[in-house]
Write a protein that binds this ligand. Structure first.
Ligand code: SF4
Length: 153
């Protein structure tokens, strides 16, 4: 993918959301959530800063209660697992393009067959795992299209 400079301001992103966006297909917690996610994904070059709390996607989520996820313990665990598997790449303080974050989770988690290890307890897990098995995900968010075999999850 061409590394164009995004004209949008830096966005915050929870680590596990780099996985969620790869499988987003226009469904979500509410219409506002879907519209916000759709708008965010228009620009894969958008610079993103990893955050430990609510991010740009949580902003429009009905589960965001006064700036904290109502399921914080669970999603914080997803974040910790994603961070642990992606290593230093995600822990850098520097913002990086959305497509780099997505590529990182693709290489370190999806291609390693570890999706269920990260977020198997999520209500959307079956949907995302099935999409990965079928090779049905948002390839435009990656800079290297994984056309090789997809390990089972
Ligand atoms: S469920 Fe929680 S972590 Fe996920 S988008 Fe909503 S507020 Fe954010």
């Amino acid at each position: 993918m061409e590394d164009t400079h995004s004209i949008n301001p830096i966005a915050t992103l929870r680590p596990h959301h780099a996985l969620c966006v790869l499988f987003f297909e226009g469904k979500g917690y509410s219409q506002a959530f879907v519209e916000n996610m759709t708008a965010f994904l228009v620009d894969p070059s958008r610079q993103c800063q990893i955050t430990a709390g609510c991010d740009i996607l949580c902003m429009a989520c009905p589960n965001n209660v006064n700036g904290q996820c109502s399921d914080e313990a669970k999603v914080a665990l997803f974040d910790q697992r994603a961070l642990s598997l992606t290593g230093a790449h995600f822990q850098a303080d520097q913002p990086m393009p959305l497509y780099e974050l997505c590529q990182s989770v693709c290489d370190a988690i999806l291609q390693q067959g570890l999706l269920a290890e990260v977020c198997g307890e999520c209500e959307w897990a079956t949907l995302c795992q099935g999409k990965w098995r079928r090779g049905d995900f948002n390839r435009q968010l990656l800079y290297s299209d994984p056309t090789s075999s997809h390990p089972s999850v």
